[in-house]
Structures are given as structure tokens and as C-alpha cells.
Design a protein around this ligand. Structure first.
Ligand SMILES: Nc1ncnc2c1ncn2[C@@H]1O[C@H](COP(=O)(O)OP(=O)(O)OP(=O)(O)O)[C@@H](O)[C@H]1O
Ligand SMILES: [Mg+2]
Length: 388
């Protein structure tokens, strides 16, 4: 089904998703997810009386400072309404910002799902645990989901706007719940950790031929520790699996909405197409597509393109000189013409992509212009928010 792109009468993004309990901003690396999440949260807090929390992931230092956040894992901070007003965005509601602290999300998960405090302590203190958050694809993504779920359960905020990690692929985020279940419950791990008749986990490990070599290389102490760790990890399985299912359910509910962020650059755009299809396949509600860093419309103006062609030609400078009655440097005139030609070619490619987008999505598309001033301060965020 195809629908026109958002026009002046289409409600803005803040109105479209501001009434939801959770808004997840996703898309491929570097497209502007973190910037858009913060700007969208600000726009919702400006246009409604809701208490809005933006959960950012690895924001640029400048953006974090602009929002008043300092240091990883800092507690949520209320963005001063006076600062936002000065920057041009008076709030009706409230804006709170936080940064995802992956390590503490993992620690809480271990504590929650361990059968008792001893096991939890053992896992948390195990040296293998220290590296676990990098141990499987999607661990960062799952931490974001888990944090989203926790915040939603606490229901301190009317609306949560959630940024997503700079994944290799945006799909990593959607597949994270399955991956974590697989990771904690992997068959190999179960086999390794199965209690042996002797009740010593490492005996199983030592029985595997490959691990027999590992035993010699690493020493049986380390291997024993690994075996114990794997066995402890197994005790989390039931809880983690149940939780992952609850997270997946929440992400499919009508209280949640996904916003796919993309640029019109071909790789990011192709990924957005996949992502939209995947959301549909998973019955996760897509609410809007934000096209970021859109070039200005005047670049596709026919008359301007013709003028640029004249300038790019070596006779262009003479023609311009005659019109203006001044001497025009032919080299400067030619590069001016070529610059416009280059930009207009990009803008025409963007226009084709936008037409294509209208064909494959049946939700509103919101365009955010390319802003040449910095967007990572409050003034910049307000500029982005104005487009939402
Ligand atoms: N509309 C815009 N105009 C100009 N620059 C922008 C715009 N939106 C975002 N940027 C800039 O693009 C860069 C990437 O933005 P951002 O960090 O929000 O992307 P991201 O998708 O979160 O990246 P990552 O995948 O690495 O987390 C930043 O420098 C940001 O300031
Ligand atoms: Mg980011």
C-alpha cells in the first residue's frame, strides 16, 4: 500500500507517538538514533504534559553534557525546563534523561534470576562473568531491552523514548531476546555443565577431547572455574527465558511503538527496508519512519540546475560576467556550478529514495533536514525537535 509522505497536514512525530508508553528508535549505525531519541522526547514533553524519559545509549559527550548527564551509569537527570525554554522549547511536561549502564543491567539480571544470593555472588565475582557482556552478539541490545522493560515496569514515566545501540545490524536488536535465551541455555553449555556422577562439573569438561587439551593449556583450576561458572549460569536459564518472553510480548503490545530512523544513503536505506519488513514479520508495531539529514528541496529546482550547468561550462563565467557587468573568475564559476550539480544529483537520488519509501511503508514518514550547525547541544536538539 502506498501513501503520500508527511505533508503540512500530517501530525508530527511527537503527536503520533507521544501517547504511547514506550517508543523505540532504531536503525543502522550513525543514522541519528541517539539525536532523534533525545529530540523526540523533548518534543513530546513540549507538546504534552507527560513525564518523558529518554534512555540514551553511548551519547556523544557533548549531547550528554547538554542534557545534564555526566559519567556512565549516572542516575536519571531532569533536564532543566529553563534551559530548554532559553533554547527555544518551552515544556508543558517534564523531560528526564538517562544513559544505559549495561554492566548494572546485567548485574541486576543475575541477581534477579539466581536461585539464591550465594549463586548470584559467585557469578558476579567470576572472572568469566566480567567479559560476558561482550560474549555474544546482541548482549548490548538485550541490556537495552531489559532496561526498557525495567523502566516500564517501574512506571515512573508516562512515556519512555528508547535509543538503541550502534549495532552492526539493526536486526540484532530485534533478535536479542532469542539470542540471550540461546546463550544462557545453549545445548553445549548444558552438556558441559551436566552434573556428573561424581558431582564435579569439570569432570564433564575434562571428558571432552578438545577440552582435554584446554585443560593442559589452561590448567585444571581455570577449567574447573569455567565449569562452575557454566553450571551457575544454567540456573539463570528459566528466569532469563521467561523474562525474554515478557520483553518480547511488551515489544509487540499496542502500548509500544517503533520508529525506524534512516538516512537516504543507500546502505542505511537498504537496512531500513529490511528492518521495516522484519518488524512486520515479528508483529512489532511500526509507527513512523524518520528520514534524517534530508537535503534541502531547492537543490532539485530545475531552473537552479540549469543555471549551475551554465556555470559549470567554461563559457558560464563570461555569461555571468555579462549579466552582472563584473569580471567573474572562470575557475570559481565552474566549481560553483559543479558543486551545485553534485549536490543536486544527491538530492535527486534522495527524492527517488523517498518515492520508493512511500511504496514500502504504510506509516507516516517524517523528514528531518540536514542541519549544518552542531546538533549535539540543546539549541541543535531544539532545531531537530522542530522538525518532529
Ligand atoms: N539532522 C541532522 N543534521 C546534521 N547532523 C545530524 C543530524 N542528525 C544527527 N546528526 C549528527 O550525526 C551524527 C550521528 O548521530 P547519532 O549519534 O545520533 O547517530 P546514532 O544513530 O545514534 O549513531 P550510533 O549508531 O553510533 O549510535 C552525530 O554527529 C549527530 O550530531
Ligand atoms: Mg547512538
Amino acid at each position: 500500500m502506498s501513501r503520500p509522505l508527511a505533508g503540512p497536514d500530517t501530525p508530527g512525530l511527537a503527536a503520533l507517538v507521544g501517547g504511547l508508553e514506550v517508543v523505540v528508535c532504531c536503525g543502522s549505525g550513525g543514522v541519528g538514533k541517539t539525536t532523534l531519541s533525545a529530540a523526540l522526547a523533548a518534543a513530546i514533553a513540549a507538546t504534552s504534559d507527560r513525564r518523558v524519559m529518554v534512555l540514551t545509549i553511548d551519547p556523544a559527550r557533548r549531547l550528554a553534557t547538554a542534557l545534564g548527564m555526566s559519567g556512565i551509569g549516572a542516575d536519571p537527570v531532569t533536564v532543566p525546563a529553563a534551559r530548554l525554554r532559553e533554547a527555544g522549547l518551552p515544556l508543558r511536561g517534564e523531560l528526564v534523561a538517562a544513559m544505559l549502564d549495561q554492566k548494572s543491567v546485567w548485574d541486576r539480571m543475575v541477581e534477579r534470576h539466581s536461585p539464591n544470593r550465594q549463586v548470584a555472588r559467585r557469578i558476579l565475582n567470576n572472572r568469566f562473568y566480567q567479559g560476558i557482556s561482550d560474549a555474544f552478539v546482541g548482549s548490548h541490545e538485550y541490556a537495552a531491552m531489559e532496561a526498557l522493560y525495567e523502566l516500564h515496569e517501574e512506571s515512573e514515566y508516562d512515556c519512555l523514548v528508547v535509543d538503541t545501540p550502534p549495532s552492526r545490524s539493526a536486526l540484532d536488536f530485534l533478535e536479542a531476546p532469542e539470542r540471550i535465551s540461546d546463550f544462557v541455555g545453549a545445548r553445549l553449555l548444558s552438556w558441559l555443565a551436566r552434573p556428573s556422577r561424581l558431582g564435579f562439573h569439570a569432570m564433564n569438561l575434562a571428558a571432552a577431547p578438545l577440552l582435554h587439551i584446554a585443560d593442559r593449556l589452561l590448567g585444571s583450576e581455570l577449567l574447573g572455574e569455567l565449569g562452575d561458572f557454566v553450571a551457575d549460569l544454567q540456573t539463570l536459564y528459566g528466569g532469563v527465558q521467561q523474562r525474554a518472553r515478557a520483553v518480547s510480548r511488551l515489544l509487540r503490545s499496542s502500548r509500544v511503538g517503533f520508529v525506524v530512523v534512516t538516512t537516504l544513503e543507500p546502505a542505511a536505506f537498504a537496512e531500513a527496508e529490511h528492518f521495516v519488513a522484519k518488524l512486520e514479520e515479528l508483529s512489532m508495531p511500526l509507527r513512523a519512519v524518520v528520514v534524517n539529514r534530508v537535503l534541502p528541496g531547492f537543490l532539485t529546482d530545475e531552473a537552479a540546475i540549469r543555471a549551475a550547468e551554465v556555470l559549470a561550462d567554461h563559457r558560464g563565467a563570461q555569461a555571468l560576467g555579462r549579466v552582472l557587468d563584473v569580471a567573474v573568475d572562470p575557475v570559481a564559476a565552474a566549481s560553483l556550478g559543479r558543486s551545485h550539480r553534485l549536490l543536486s544529483e544527491l538530492a535527486q537520488r534522495d527524492a527517488r529514495q523517498l518515492t520508493r519509501l512511500a511504496r514500502f511503508v504504510d506509516v507516516p514518514t517524517i523528514q528531518v533536514p540536514l542541519i549544518t550547525a552542531p546538533v549535539s547541544d540543546l539549541e541543535g536538539l531544539v532545531r531537530v525537535a522542530a522538525a518532529l
